[in-house]
Design a protein around this ligand. Structure first.
Ligand code: SF4
Length: 486
């Protein structure tokens, strides 16, 4: 992704488990496996029925290993001892809304004297009508301490939990108000654990069972990493409810249609994850094959295929096989740069910190450079410049495995206005000129749908076709169009 370095942020990851013992360790392991979904903060809440503080939360800013002091055995063991429990939930965050200080780290706790109303919440998604919900809450004399939709959801649920209502009852009620993507992990002080997917199933969420134990996570790779095989997708509008030692699946609200975010397959999710029974790796590989179908550039013995690692690599392999040109690793990603590189300010320098190029591979070659998506184009421009300067190729033809992004996302991906989208404003020829490539060509929407293999009507394609699956998506998009025309 051209903006993986500094602009387009990944969203969040949620998980939870009800085990015979030590859920805290397995939740920690799942968070490590979902680190790619958010690197800003991490946290765990566990259920400790014999303590005064029945719900205990540990959360901080930083990568999962840092937050739980994994490099320091004694500290890690002490944190895990404090969290020791059979049940809990976890969260990794990247800010799609709100600030980036510690008070925004999740799970968020809502304290209450009654155990069914005392709960902790972890959220993945984005509420498109957040401003409206916020105003309504404030009118009713509620106060939001943080500028984030997670707090608004927390208050809405808290409000609905009176009169002995259950969590699924509250979810049903709030689904009538919320517009957007909202996957939730909730645990209350009675020990009820809930994983809920929004009525459109925009973001992924799955669960698995093993010998009476249950675990759930945003991505199947997290479940498999702790030995839970054969993950099952939680359906749109469905909640997995775990009480005592039994679990139930409840359709807490009607799901009239589905709108699974296609970007999860293209870029966000781990290649080893399976979403809606489609392995992410396979979809990316298929994207490369589909992309090659429209290729008109001549392929000769001087032609090579290079991908921008890592998320574009399966598409690079698919493309290379289809056009019958060798796939070479000309760009090597530095996996250990961590947050230092995120703090760099000069974009050109950031590219060099993040990738090394093998000059010899590019020298005099006709290069097909495979990228999974272009949002703003700034990072890709630096990569192309970098390759041109040091690799001295004959030509660079950028091929993008995702269709052109022309509209903002209001469901959790950090691209909220057309102004920042290069694809919304420029032709392929203009983009090629701006980034210094010989040519640029994108995947067709049809190719994307073929590669995923799901019904087109079950996918959210709003950022590539401008048709939003929710009322507030449409509304926000119209507002943005007006602003962009000013
Ligand atoms: S608008 Fe695009 S990025 Fe946002 S949820 Fe829909 S498909 Fe995903």
């Amino acid at each position: 992704m051209d903006n993986s370095i500094s602009c387009m942020k990944e969203e969040c990851g949620i998980c939870g488990a009800s085990l015979k013992k030590n859920s805290e360790i397995e939740i920690y392991k799942m968070l490590v496996q979902m680190q790619h979904r958010g690197q800003l903060s991490a946290g765990i809440t566990t259920f400790q029925p014999n303590e005064n503080l029945i719900l205990k939360t540990h959360k901080k800013i930083g990568l999962v290993n840092t937050v739980f002091c994994a490099e320091h055995n004694a500290k890690f063991n002490s944190i895990m001892k404090k969290l020791e429990s059979r049940k809990g939930i976890g969260h990794v965050r990247y800010a799609t809304c709100g600030g980036d200080d510690e008070t925004y780290a999740q799970p968020f706790e809502h304290l209450h004297g009654k155990k069914n109303r005392w709960f902790s919440l972890a959220f993945n998604g984005n509420i498109a009508n957040y401003e409206k919900i916020k105003k309504e809450l404030e009118k009713q004399n509620y106060h939001l301490m943080r500028k984030t939709d997670t707090e608004a959801i927390l208050l809405l649920i808290a409000k609905e939990l009176k009169d002995n209502k259950t969590i699924p009852d509250a979810l049903k009620k709030i689904s009538e108000k919320l517009d957007g993507a909202y996957n939730l992990a909730i645990i209350n002080a009675e020990g009820t654990l809930v994983a809920a997917r929004d009525p459109l199933g925009i973001k992924p969420l799955c669960y698995a069972i093993k010998e009476g134990e249950v675990a759930f996570a945003s991505e199947s790779v997290a479940l498999e990493s702790i030995g839970f095989e054969n993950p099952i997708d939680i359906k749109a509008g469905e909640a997995l409810v775990i009480e005592k030692d039994s679990y139930n699946l409840i359709q807490y609200t009607e799901s009239k249609k589905r709108a699974h975010c296609f970007f999860e397959w293209v870029y966000f999710s781990h290649p080893a994850s399976t979403i809606e029974e489609k392995l992410v790796y396979d979809v990316r590989y298929n994207l490369g094959k589909e992309l090659a179908k429209g290729e008109t550039e001549l392929v000769d013995e001087n032609t090579i295929v290079v991908s921008v690692p890592d998320s574009s690599t399966p598409a690079g392999h698919g493309f290379s096989e289809a056009i019958n040109a060798p796939f070479l690793e000309g760009l090597i990603r530095n996996r250990y740069i961590g947050r230092t590189f995120i703090q760099s300010t000069n974009r050109g320098e950031k590219v060099k910190e993040k990738f090394m190029i093998i000059n010899k591979i590019f020298e005099g070659k006709k290069v097909f450079l495979i990228e999974d998506s272009i949002v703003r184009g700034t990072t890709l421009k630096n990569i192309v410049n970098y390759i041109n300067k040091y690799g001295k190729p004959k030509e660079i033809h950028v091929r993008v495995s995702c269709p052109k992004i022309i509209s903002p996302c209001y469901y959790g991906i950090d691209m909220s206005t057309r102004r920042e989208l290069i694809g919304a404003n420029k032709s392929e020829e203009e983009i090629a000129k701006i980034i210094g490539a010989t040519s640029v060509r994108y995947q067709k929407i049809e190719g994307l749908i073929n590669a995923i293999g799901l019904n087109k009507d079950d996918l959210c394609l709003a950022c590539i076709n401008g048709k939003y699956p929710t009322k507030w998506g449409e509304k926000n998009s119209l507002e943005d169009k007006k602003v962009c025309m000013l």
